[in-house]
Ligand binder design. Structure first.
Ligand SMILES: [Zn+2]
Length: 383
């Protein structure tokens, strides 16, 4: 719902966002969807969804609608179908961070255990399905469990890097030519990530490019991640079939742009472009804390990423209001941030929660170690 699943890079046909996506608006007339780097909802009425913007397609020009599903509104039929289909066909259902109390989404998960298959729940609260047959409930934080799981499976967890994409297109008419520049998502769909664009000093997304051999592009972002303005030099040689796809790689923890690459049709990098940005707001990488020792898993547990966020934050206030827009969210976040910053929970509730989680995790690790020992003993007996 917060749009993070799509931003993570999972192809959209592999996700069902049953309750919608705050960053996505849809043309109901032609079906084209538009990702934006801002909240698309503008309506003050709960059940009104038009955003006041229109479809780019010149033959369509339909009204755009936000994709949020509010309480008492029906889910889209195709999302329901896909969700139940997955629930019904899964051998193992993972339910991460869900109370499993909101229907019909909860019923999609329940379909798996109704068929006699298994479910693993990772959630701090008990759920209506926790005690059902075939269900294993781990009372812990998702980060802690997935990190242990990834270590067990032998996968590294890469540092988060934000990737932005832009597309340039050449259009020839007679002897003159124009070049246009726009933001796209990783699959090439329209994605409004730029607040403004300039090409060769002109504050426009389309300019006359006749006889130009190089384009000096300049991007100003909506800056969900505090991205500074970026300038990239794009030579004409970067274009294939009159288009050019640019990948921009950003480290949100230090506010540094790391790379600008040209990509081919298979999304492979083919050329590195020259780029520049104002480095005065950037920081060097925060030093990593020593990882706590873990008995059950081989790999160390990394500190949670929220700590990293609180360490950089040169424009904390802006970032916070972008990430936590309501007063209530800001309050909750300020408690979390100060608790994490001082490394001692500022709130009795957090204190209790942290202790409870730790105890449960320790308990879980002990049980896992016992099971491993049993398996080993059995294996030795079989030898
Ligand atoms: Zn349309």
């Amino acid at each position: 719902m917060d749009g993070l699943h799509r931003k993570s890079g999972i192809p959209k046909d592999k996700i069902t966002e049953v309750h919608g996506n705050t960053n996505l608006e849809l043309c109901r007339k032609c079906g084209k969807d538009y990702m934006r780097d801002f909240r698309v909802r503008t309506s003050k009425h709960v059940h009104k969804h038009d955003t006041g913007r229109f479809c780019d397609n010149k033959e369509c020009k339909g009204n755009l609608y936000d994709t949020i599903i509010n309480f008492n509104e029906s889910l889209r039929d195709e999302d329901l179908e896909v969700g139940f289909d997955h629930g019904w066909n899964a051998d193992l259902m993972l339910c991460l961070g869900s109370s499993l109390r909101v229907h019909p989404a909860a019923a999609m998960a329940e379909a798996t255990i109704q068929r006699g298959k298994n479910m693993v729940i990772v959630n701090l609260q008990k759920t209506p399905m926790s005690d059902k047959e075939g269900v294993m409930h781990i009372f812990a934080k998702i980060d802690d469990v997935t990190e242990l799981l990834m270590a067990k499976l032998g996968y590294d967890i890469p540092e988060f890097r934000l990737k932005r994409y832009a597309k340039m297109e050449l259009d020839t008419k007679g002897s003159s030519e124009t070049v246009s520049l726009s933001g796209i998502d990783y699959l090439g769909g329209p994605y409004q990530i730029f607040k403004s664009i300039a090409i060769n000093g002109k504050a426009e997304d389309k300019i006359d490019s006749t006889r130009l051999d190089e384009f000096n592009t300049s991007f100003t972002f909506h800056a969900h991640y505090n991205e500074p303005k970026l300038e990239i030099k794009v030579p004409r040689s970067a274009f294939t079939d009159k288009t050019c796809r640019i990948e921009m790689v950003f480290d949100p923890f230090t506010r540094n742009w790391l790379a600008a690459n040209v990509q081919d049709a298979d999304f492979k990098n083919t050329e590195q472009l020259k780029f520049s940005f104002d480095r005065s707001a950037s920081t060097t990488a925060p030093e990593k804390k020593a990882a706590p020792p873990v008995k059950a898993a081989k790999a160390p547990v990394k500190p949670i990423s929220r700590t990293k966020f609180s360490q950089k934050a040169p424009e904390k206030k802006d970032l916070r209001s972008a990430l936590f827009p309501s007063k209530r969210h800001q309050f909750a976040n300020s408690i979390m941030t100060s608790a994490v910053a001082r490394n001692s929970p500022a709130h009795p509730f957090l204190n209790a929660l942290q202790k409870q989680t730790k105890d449960m995790l320790e308990d879980m690790k002990a049980k896992l170690a016992a099971v491993n020992a049993d398996i080993e003993a059995l294996a030795q007996r079989n030898d």
